[in-house]
Ligand binder design. Structure first.
Ligand code: ADP
Length: 464
């Protein structure tokens, strides 16, 4: 401030001196006035420059002004720089925030007070079939056309600003078709000045799992109820009627069969739950495929005896290879296939089981039968739990409807494949294919170490 006053005095002094030098009284006064006006003009010029610079708002292009104006410019520049920095930081944070929402597995749509889309993430765009750029500022109810969503939107809109107002509505996705249904769960939350946040989640898998869970419980209850009803009936008969020893023994035999049926069902259910809950079988435990086949053959023969069926049960040459995985699971899958073939093939038919090498170095266990065969439309559904083509036939032979579901599970856990090939009236071929990494040559009789995983020679030796 002192500098400003000093510069004014200097201008006045200079004007006065010039007037004195000219030698007239009025000239001194005029010189003083001219000095003051000159100072004012220079000062105004500086003020204008500073004002223009402030209007431009560019903290870097500083005008060359000295004195108090220079100081003002310097302070204003610092303030501008700080606010520029804050702006950059705020923009960066907003960008990071939007990127985080972009990565969300749930859809997020921001709506303005008029219900227009201000922003949406890619998940929401995919779920609703939106274009994140083209559909900006479009009315959401024009793009998400579902009566329950519109009703929810209108309800929420009348709730006014603020408040959460989150109510779930589940609508079919725009790309939903009967063969591939898509279900979206939507939540609408009000915030700010009449704005809304629309959250969406794909609940197709959750709903399907729920349906499967309900079906599964209904199936299990049904499967248990039937033998239980029979058992209860026999118990009542035994309690209330005086029966002869022979009749009594027959009833007890029928009861034992029903109890056995329930036991088999519980056993299969436990096997499935163990398969679902246990870690994947490692590739470090090797089991000779020949031993597995011998066990399957024994199981098949005793089942045929139990069913009183004369079958031609043939077994291929013992395979000189080993399979990596859980032996109990492998045996369960293989003997399920053999048991099905024995149960469904009529007396006099034949059941063949054998190991075959595969060109890729893997191996295949296949069971061929001359049973009734399976119509093409049933094949994709055979591994569903409790799916049976002929319910009474399955039950008569002690089936639970879970055998092939167990096989499929085991095969998947071992990285393999189950293939079913069948011709109605002729027979079926069920095959389990193991990948090369789960197959190796069995140690030779002279005690040599086995070749490495799935080496082609291992399977080639089987070819003969
Ligand atoms: P189940 O205990 O009823 O045999 P599975 O899951 O093992 O249950 O098999 C499902 C259905 O597939 C069976 O009910 C049967 O109709 C059919 N099936 C399975 N194996 C054979 C086969 N070898 N020949 C004919 N049908 C078969």
């Amino acid at each position: 401030m002192a500098g400003r006053f000093l510069s004014f005095l200097c201008c006045e002094l200079a004007g006065g001196l010039i007037g004195w030098w000219l030698g007239h009284d009025y000239a001194i006064r005029t010189g003083l006035v001219a000095g003051g006006l000159g100072w004012l003009a220079v000062d105004s010029l500086r003020a204008t420059r500073v004002l223009r610079w402030l209007l431009r708002g560019n903290a870097e292009a500083v005008p060359p002004v000295a004195g108090i104006w220079g100081e003002i410019v310097d302070r204003a520049r610092r303030v501008l720089r700080a606010s520029d920095q804050e702006l950059v930081t705020a923009r960066k944070r907003l960008q990071e925030f939007l990127e985080a929402i972009q990565e969300s597995p749930n859809g997020v749509i921001l709506l303005d007070a008029q219900g227009r889309i201000e922003w949406c993430n890619q998940t929401a765009a995919d779920q609703f079939g939106l274009d994140p750029k083209r559909d900006l500022m479009q009315q959401v109810t024009n793009l998400v056309r579902d009566p329950s969503f519109t009703a929810c939107y209108n309800d929420n809109g009348s709730g006014g600003s603020g408040g959460s107002g989150g109510r779930e509505v589940v609508i079919p996705g725009p790309r939903s078709v009967p063969s591939r249904p898509v279900r979206l769960s939507l939540y609408l939350h009000a915030y700010g000045e009449g704005r809304k946040l629309l959250l969406s989640r794909d609940v197709t898998a959750v709903e399907q799992a729920e349906v499967m869970r309900r079906d599964f419980i209904a199936n299990v209850s049904h499967e248990v109820r039937t033998p239980l009803t029979v058992l209860t009936g026999f118990v009542e008969t035994l309690q209330n009627l005086p029966l002869e020893a022979g009749e009594r023994a027959r009833y007890l035999d029928l009861m034992a069969r029903q109890a056995q049926r329930m036991q088999t069902l519980v056993g299969d259910l436990l096997t499935l739950s163990r398969l679902e809950g246990s870690p994947l079988p490692g590739a470090g435990e090797w089991t000779p495929a020949a031993a597995l086949m011998v066990q399957c053959e024994q199981d098949g023969r005793s089942l045929a005896n139990l069913l009183g069926k004369a079958l031609n049960l043939r077994v291929g040459p013992p395979p000189a290879l080993e399979i990596a995985g859980a032996p109990s699971e492998l045996l369960s899958a293989m003997s399920n296939l053999v048991s099905n073939a024995v149960r469904y093939t009529p007396a006099g038919g034949s059941v063949d089981m054998q190991w075959r090498p595969l060109a890729d170095g893997g191996a295949e266990f296949r069971v061929c039968d001359t049973g009734p065969g399976i119509a093409l439309e049933h094949i994709p559904r055979l591994t569903e739990r409790f799916y049976r083509i002929d319910r009474s036939r399955s039950r008569e032979t002690g089936g639970t409807g879970l055998g092939l579901a167990i096989v499929k599970h085991v095969v998947q856990r071992h990285g393999g494949e189950l293939s079913i090939d069948s011709t109605p009236g002729k027979g079926s071929i069920f095959a389990i294919r193991f990948p090369p990494r789960r197959v190796r040559a069995a140690p030779s009789l002279n005690g040599q170490a086995p070749a490495d995983t799935g080496a082609p020679p291992a399977t080639e030796s089987l070819a003969g």
